[in-house]
Write a protein that binds this ligand. Structure first.
Ligand code: ADP
Length: 497
């Protein structure tokens, strides 16, 4: 029904989708803004079309224009990736109205789940437990205050239209509700064009655990297990894994069933994720993301399924060729989001040009990247450079493998989050699987260089300098005084500092 797919996105996810298309014998059309002219997704697609200047409002977010490009390039389907237009029901609807296939769920499902209060109403009706709180936006600060008093502090003021951690305020004191309400509402208004705010109980030490679901258009629906996503900074995920460490089997089972109920309530088809907060053995529906997620590869590793290919198959009208009971889960997978942010300076966004890039390979290692040597990293788009994903037989082996792979990853020219990830892989609570969404608050030391890290950097710099002077034969640098041996000479081993 379609043989060409327009990929309405950029970066690593566009590359990921283009690869799936190629493996399925489908042609791909990439789109790019001026600054992305030489990006990997442009180079890897069968064809690429320039769609505007750098700001996404004038390029990647121009839905009508993207539909026109799809038509003129003979693409019968559009894959939105994640972010940008992926969760705009109006875009999904417009694609279908143009006679093209939207690779994703129905516009109605996106709409129902896109508004958090509407989603909460639907879930409560379907018998899925939700975080205690209201199911309607508050009329103003007074009503929010009254609800907060009823729920008991702390509460979370949350934008109905929210996403990406925006438009949220934790309030611990009755006096602060009004100010926080106005601030959250303003932020939501400017980010989503909708300032409605509702009130939820703020759970202090939950884990964020989510369930991947996949359904076809004839009503078959399965869940593909859970992902642990509690390692977050400012409500944004940094590290994800599957399965969730030490989750009791009965809770895992119950969460899987609740996710299916949630998806059924909106006649879901395609790939989607039902997010829960899990605390003291209870879990609560948080939201459903009606799209592919950044962290989908950990599920791919443990299930052996290709989620992007399944999205495309479902969009082509194919049925799932397996049932829930046919699925098996193997080993353990971890993903680190590698961003252009400096973990030693409060994750300050970093810019620059990638001078040199080496990506890890070897058993159980996957790099989903959106950069190449020569890529300019600016501030126009999100800071995700790529994702490093590993798979091994056990969680301990997966951690060891991630350390090995992070050690092999060389991104030169821009600060990255790699040092942070290496510290987490060494940290005892993470290694024990004992953490909640408060992990970074509990471990502020992870936001500074670890003991000895500065020293290691100094030694590496000394080694480079040593080599730059032509002393390639030296094999050791004395850690105590930074002196190294240069090449052997008949007169002995001269030392150099
Ligand atoms: P967004 O759509 O902006 O990503 P979510 O509702 O998915 O927002 O929440 C993002 C994160 O915020 C969660 O993973 C969790 O860390 C935190 N969070 C959200 N709601 C609550 C809550 N009621 N109590 C505690 N933490 C919460």
């Amino acid at each position: 029904m379609f043989d060409t797919v327009l990929v309405a996105n950029r970066g690593e996810i566009a590359v990921r989708i283009i690869r799936a298309c190629r493996e399925m014998g489908l042609a791909s059309v990439a789109v790019y803004s001026d600054v992305d002219r030489l990006s990997p997704h442009v180079l890897e697609a069968d064809k690429a079309v320039q769609i505007g200047p750098a700001p996404s409002s004038e390029s990647y977010l121009r839905g009508d224009h993207l539909i026109e490009v799809a038509r003129s390039e003979g693409a019968g389907a559009i894959h939105p990736g994640y972010g940008f237009l992926a969760e705009r029901s109006s875009f999904a609807g417009a694609v279908e109205q143009a006679g093209l296939v939207f690779i994703g769920p129905s516009a109605a499902a996106i709409e129902a789940m896109g508004d958090k209060t509407e989603a909460r109403r639907r879930m409560a009706q379907a018998g899925v437990s939700i975080v205690p709180g209201t199911q309607q936006p508050a009329s103003g600060p007074e009503e929010a205050s009254a609800t907060a008093q009823e729920l008991g502090f702390p509460v979370l003021l949350k934008a109905s239209a929210g996403g990406g951690g925006k438009g949220m305020r934790v309030v611990t004191d009755a006096d602060d509700v009004s100010g926080a309400f106005e601030a959250a509402s303003r932020e939501a208004e400017s980010a989503f064009g909708d300032g409605s705010i509702y009130v939820e109980k703020y759970l202090t030490r939950p884990r964020h655990i989510e369930v991947q679901v996949l359904g076809d258009r004839s009503g078959s629906l399965v869940h593909l297990g859970e992902r642990e996503c509690s390692i977050q900074r400012r409500h944004q995920k940094l590290i994800e894994e599957s399965p969730a460490p030490s989750l009791p089997p009965e809770d895992r089972e119950a969460m899987g069933l609740a996710a299916l109920k949630a998806a059924q309530a909106v006649d879901y088809h395609g790939a989607g994720t039902v997010e829960f907060l899990y605390q003291d053995g209870e879990f609560y529906f948080l939201e459903m993301n009606t799209r592919l997620q950044v962290e989908h590869p950990v599920t791919e590793f443990v299930t052996g399924l290709d989620l992007v290919q399944w999205q495309i198959r479902v969009a082509r009208g194919e049925s799932l060729d397996f049932r829930q009971e046919d699925l098996s889960f193997s080993g353990h997978s971890i993903e680190c989001r590698i961003t252009s942010e400096d973990p030693d300076r409060g994750f300050l966004p970093a810019t620059g040009c990638i001078g040199h890039l080496e990506v890890p390979t070897g058993p159980g290692v996957r790099w989903d990247g959106g950069i190449r040597a020569g890529s300019e990293i600016g501030l126009h788009y999100d800071p995700l450079l790529g994702k490093l994903i590993v798979h091994a037989g056990s969680r301990a082996d997966a951690i060891a493998r991630m350390k090995r792979a992070l050690g092999e990853l060389v991104i030169q020219g821009v600060e990255t989050s790699v040092p942070f990830h290496l510290r987490v892989m060494e940290e005892a609570d993470f290694r024990e699987g004992d953490f909640t969404i408060a992990y970074l608050k509990d471990h502020p030391e992870l936001l500074q260089p670890a003991d000895g890290e500065d020293r290691l950097i100094a030694l590496a710099a000394a080694l480079l300098e040593h080599r730059a002077r032509g002393n390639v034969g030296a094999s050791r640098i004395n850690e105590a005084d930074g002196r190294g041996l240069s090449a052997w000479r008949t007169s002995g081993w001269p030392w150099q500092t």
